[in-house]
Design a protein around this ligand. Structure first.
Ligand code: KIV
Length: 269
């Protein structure tokens, strides 16, 4: 099944999908073969996540992932993708410093085949988002649980409960104003993610952020039931299906028809 719009899906079309209430199905991939299978299943967005540090390299966090790693895996994934929009993560310390370095690293990911880069954080970092956007690099923001800040956050915990919610809403608005084209919300209570999604014109893509986001993303290994501890927002799409390809189709379908995530796969306020 092809993407519902033209191929490859473009950044402006993501915004059209939000306006038309069409859910965006996204998943991580790290190589050409899995990316091709996702693409053929109709995945709208394929993310080369820096989660590759954990699920591919076996690291304890995403912090050791390098720019060279991200460029390599983006090149691999790009070779498997025809229809989907390809997003690549900017790894730790490539975006948090001087704007010129952020531009150089983001540019290298675009030259490796990405259509958009994803960056963690807001606040003082929003300036760099504006800098990249003004130079023709589409940016997806990422707020809530930002794994590159795991040492500051004290673990992989739900973010935005109570008074923290207003801060996340303000971050979402400032990133949208800075020119971001999409916003990933990770491990955020579902009611807060719903409010944020309504308050900005760019699409939100949630992971552990409830059904009201404009799209959903899962780490591929989680969606295939691999790995040990399973957070509540993860569903094993391979279970009960005969192949990985069917699992990807099942995921795309469930995101599109609102069957994923269910309330018990989300966090309450
Ligand atoms: O790196 C990653 O896999 C991510 C997830 C939140 C999807 O950013």
């Amino acid at each position: 099944m092809n993407s519902p719009l033209s191929s490859p899906l473009t950044v402006p079309q993501l915004i059209v999908m939000k306006k038309e209430g069409r859910k965006i199905a996204a998943m991580t991939a790290y190589d050409a073969t899995f990316a091709r299978a996702m693409d053929e299943a109709g995945m709208d967005v394929i993310l080369v996540g820096d989660s590759l540090g954990m699920v591919v390299q076996g690291q304890k966090s995403t912090l050791p992932v390098t720019q060279t790693d991200m460029v390599y895996h983006t090149q691999c994934v790009a070779r498997g993708v025809t229809h989907a929009l390809l997003m690549a993560d900017m790894p730790f310390l490539t975006f948090q410093g001087p704007a010129a370095r952020a531009l150089e690293c983001a540019g290298a990911l675009m030259q490796a085949g990405a259509h958009m880069v994803k960056v963690e954080g807001a606040g003082v970092l929003t300036e760099n988002v504006a800098y990249l956007c003004a130079r023709g690099i589409p940016v997806c923001g990422h707020i809530g649980l930002t794994p590159q800040s795991v040492n500051t956050l004290g673990g992989y915990k739900v973010q935005g409960r109570g008074s923290q919610g207003a801060q996340l809403t303000a971050y979402a608005q400032e990133l949208a104003e800075a020119g971001a084209s999409a916003l990933l919300l990770e491990a955020v209570p579902a009611p807060l993610a719903a409010d944020i999604s309504q308050s900005i014109a760019i699409p939100t893509i949630g992971i552990g952020a409830g059904a009201s986001c404009d799209g959903q993303v899962l780490v591929m290994h989680d969606a295939l039931g691999l790995g040990g501890r399973r957070p509540r927002f993860v569903r094993d799409f391979l279970s009960g299906r005969g192949s990985i390809s069917e699992a990807f189709h099942g995921y795309v379908q469930a995101v599109r028809d609102g069957g994923f995530p269910m309330p018990e796969e989300s966090y309450s306020g």
